[in-house]
Ligand binder design. Sequence first.
Ligand SMILES: NC(=O)c1ccc[n+]([C@@H]2O[C@H](COP(=O)([O-])OP(=O)(O)OC[C@H]3O[C@@H](n4cnc5c(N)ncnc54)[C@H](O)[C@@H]3O)[C@@H](O)[C@H]2O)c1
Length: 386
Amino acid sequence: MSEKAKRPLSYGMIGGGPGAFIGDVHRRAIALDLDTRLVAGVFSRDREASLQTGQELFLDESRVYRDYGEMAKEEAAREDGIDFAVIVTPNVSHFAIAEAFLDAGIHVVCDKPLTTELGDAEKLGSIVSERDLLFAVTYTYTGYPAVKKARELVRSGALGKIRFVNAEYPQEWLATKAENEEGNRQASWRTDPSQSGKSNCVGDIGTHIENMVSYVTGLEIASLSARLDSFVEGRKLDDNATIMVNYAGGATGLYWSSQVAIGTDNALRIRVFGEKGAIEFFQEDPNYLKYTPIDAPAQILSRGRDDLGERGQSLVRVPAGHPEGYFEAFANIYRTFTGALRKRLAGEPLSDADRDFPTVNDGIQGVRFVTRVVESAANKSAWVNF
Ligand SMILES: NC(=O)c1ccc[n+]([C@@H]2O[C@H](COP(=O)([O-])OP(=O)(O)OC[C@H]3O[C@@H](n4cnc5c(N)ncnc54)[C@H](O)[C@@H]3O)[C@@H](O)[C@H]2O)c1
């Protein structure tokens, strides 16, 4: 192992300032594995707010930068510069920030959706391959051990040929005009096209469906027909989406994402039906996976037992019956990404298991999905090729 790979890894964060949602989740999830440290950041465009977060996290003030451009340049020039940058700002800024760090030769983790324009996502993909850097997109839910098992079952042929996928992601938090509430910045930027992009609901949560189905089944979308609704009066972007999908090879699917589904919390559910069996995974009960072979009763597979499979078990931190959840799913994406980065720094080759985190290519597919859904919806739900 090289000297560089033997020490703790270090990262810098862009976003995640006072009152922000997901930056804090990333920091806590990364800290679960104790071998990667936050050492630099620009936590807000507001200098005082950024410094406040830097102080709360005990960062050296000289590494709380004025903007991401300065941070990329200065960190790249340091002997002990960050190993990777974590981008947790609103969607519209992902492209420019990711490009700045990649151009400085720094590996990147970026939250979804990767960008607001498909061309920009593809450009990031080109830079990543030209510079041979690692790039993860935090599609959180594929980090659950039970989802690893779901993927293993489907891909082993246990379900036979896949016929139909039904996936939904309902929430209720935008059932009223939350963007008008004082201080609800998460609602306000998500419903603003200049910050969020062409879609709110599909970009924010529909992309999780697209990625989860692709990860578990390997099915490739051939064409889709979408309907977007903006139920809350005066809202500029969609808050409900219904999408029919044709996959290459003949399977079909139905996706529904909604932020106006009263009575639901964060209810991502995926069901895959094949000729020989079915699986069902529910994000709010993530320690379990339901598997039903056609000729036997349903089985509930639980995290922490041997039948979860080698890959799933490798990401379990406490035994069965001690529930794990959202933070661990995030931490598993980071554990895989930092494991790959350590090997890269040590000059070792990466195996498929090492690369089992969502990559820039998954991010590109997500932006393509949003783009095609918006195209279809704007054209009376016409079928569009993917
Ligand atoms: N993976 C997931 O499950 C998941 C969940 C929630 C949000 N997200 C994604 O994370 C991103 C952030 O969402 P959020 O809900 O945390 O938003 P948020 O509004 O709560 O936080 C955004 C933060 O970025 C800061 N910021 C904005 N522009 C900046 C810049 N140029 N430089 C430095 N800081 C800047 C803001 O000050 C704020 O602190 C979005 O792209 C969203 O889609 C992903």
